[in-house]
Design a binder for this molecule. Structure first.
Ligand code: HAM
Length: 428
């Protein structure tokens, strides 16, 4: 035995194994399906990028860039960062490859942030998301928001709300920040300890502060939504109108400024009322019409959202959604083999070729031990292949969900097996 204590996953990270990973698989596959329906293609970009992609992308002054990035030097002394989010890498790839527009990408990615870990907040979390580059059309905003909404509905969530705001464009936002700065200058000593010191670096951040003192001050502050230029106002009205036409409730939240500097115009967040208040955002996103230029590309607009997989699973649990709305991918068949020849392997091969998910036990265990495994496996049916069945060209079929084996056991001729399975395992 080694003296070394066993290694553990780093703080704020977790392993996803067994039954839990089956839920992940279901969630990712469901999202992939939705993204496909909306015309998106999967994009895979490196897990690390030049640190500048993120510093320039999400803003040097953002909390994530200042305090939370995992930055490292490789052996060639290049400075990289593990991706803290999924948008800037897609935009970097868009600029590099110059694809035809609109460019529509979906992704599933880990994201790394050195945060204080707690339920629903991790140092490595995982996001499902989409990005679209190359059009300002407000109907695209409606589609992107509705994709998130329909996905959340599709996995069975009920207790969530959509908050929406407009961050204006570079010009009307800059004009507004002058007003806000002026207002905060008169109230700086009433702000929370942190913002009393740093409010002037990025006054918009104060609107997002959850401290009661900041909230009390900003209740009286001018709001960007009342100072949008005409073009931004028309754009925002079109987005809200489109969502209404789809029957999607979107509550205006003038304080919603989000954590990264790249946002412009439409911004939104999905809040779960089933989760604890501090970590209750199950998704968020918005437009970033200046980001492509910020990262060195020709001006081009963009919009997207990201949704945390861990938070979605917590929300499914908190809403008491047991069957995960079809997210679980159960085994169809467990094969119990008491012959020990290659006949069961041939049968397995045939069943898998037909598209059934089938598992078995190994090492010639007793029939009883194998039936226990079959029970635990979550399969719908057990097929028993013993010497008698083999000799008769049959299998014994048991329904593992009925709880009453004797009554639900049949002998089936192997030539009829596929037809019988198609009947028994048909989707209900
Ligand atoms: P974000 O709001 O930082 O946005 O993250 C998106 C979602 O990821 C959150 O709503 C939450 O569900 C989840 N999340 C974030 N941080 C953590 C964490 N530490 N632990 C667990 N879950 C977390 C973005 O990252 C943007 N890139 C979204 C976007 C795409 N905007 C435009 N396009």
């Amino acid at each position: 035995m080694s003296d070394t204590p066993p290694f553990k996953a780093p703080i704020g990270t977790h392993d996803v194994l067994g039954a839990e990973s089956a839920r992940w698989e279901g969630l990712i596959a469901t999202f992939a399906n939705f993204a496909h329906r909306y015309g998106f293609h999967l994009a895979i970009t490196p897990m690390f990028e030049d640190v500048g992609v993120f510093k320039r992308g999400i803003g040097e002054e953002s909390d994530v860039a200042r305090k939370e990035m995992y930055v490292f030097q490789d052996r060639g002394e290049r400075t990289y960062a593990l991706r803290p989010e999924g948008t800037a890498p897609i935009v970097r790839a868009f600029i590099q490859h110059n694809p035809t527009t609109p460019f529509k990408a979906w992704y599933f990615t880990p994201a790394f942030r050195y945060e204080r870990p707690q339920a629903g907040r991790y140092r490595q979390h995982h996001q499902l998301g989409v990005e679209v580059l190359g059009t300002e059309d407000p109907m695209l905003d409606v589609e992107v928001v509705s994709l998130a909404q329909r996905f959340f509905e599709g996995i069975g969530l009920h207790r969530f709300r959509l908050l929406i705001n407009s961050m204006g464009d570079a010009q009307c936002r800059a004009d507004y920040v002058v007003l806000l700065r002026d207002f905060l200058a008169h109230h700086a000593d009433e702000l929370c300890d942190e913002h009393a010191k740093v409010w002037s670096e990025n006054p918009l951040r104060v609107l997002d502060c959850k401290n009661e003192r900041c909230i009390a001050v900003t209740n009286e502050a001018p709001m960007l939504i009342d100072h949008l230029c005409d073009a931004c106002r028309v754009h925002f009205d079109a987005v809200r109108g489109g969502l209404r036409a789809l029957g999607i409730d979107a509550t205006l939240e003038p304080r919603l400024v989000r954590g990264f500097d790249y946002y412009s115009r439409t911004t939104f967040e999905f809040i779960s009322d089933a989760l604890d208040g501090a970590q209750n955002a199950i998704g968020g996103g918005g437009r970033y019409d200046g980001l492509v230029e910020q990262l060195g590309g020709k001006p081009s607009s963009g919009i997207g959202f990201g949704s945390g997989v861990e938070r979605l699973l917590l929300t499914l649990d908190a809403e008491g959604i047991k069957d995960d709305a079809g997210l679980r991918r159960d085994l169809d068949i467990f094969l119990v083999d008491t012959v020990g020849t290659d006949a069961p392997v041939v049968l397995l091969d045939r069943l898998r070729h037909e598209g059934y998910s089938v598992d078995r036990s190994y090492d010639q265990r007793s029939m009883k031990a194998q039936m226990k495994l079959a029970d635990k496996s979550g399969a719908r049916l057990a097929l028993l292949l013993g010497p008698q069945e083999l000799a008769a060209g049959e299998v014994t079929m048991r329904d593992l969900r009925s709880g009453d084996f004797g009554a639900t056991q049949d002998r089936v001729a192997q030539v009829d097996l596929l037809a019988v399975l198609a009947q028994r395992l048909k989707v209900t």
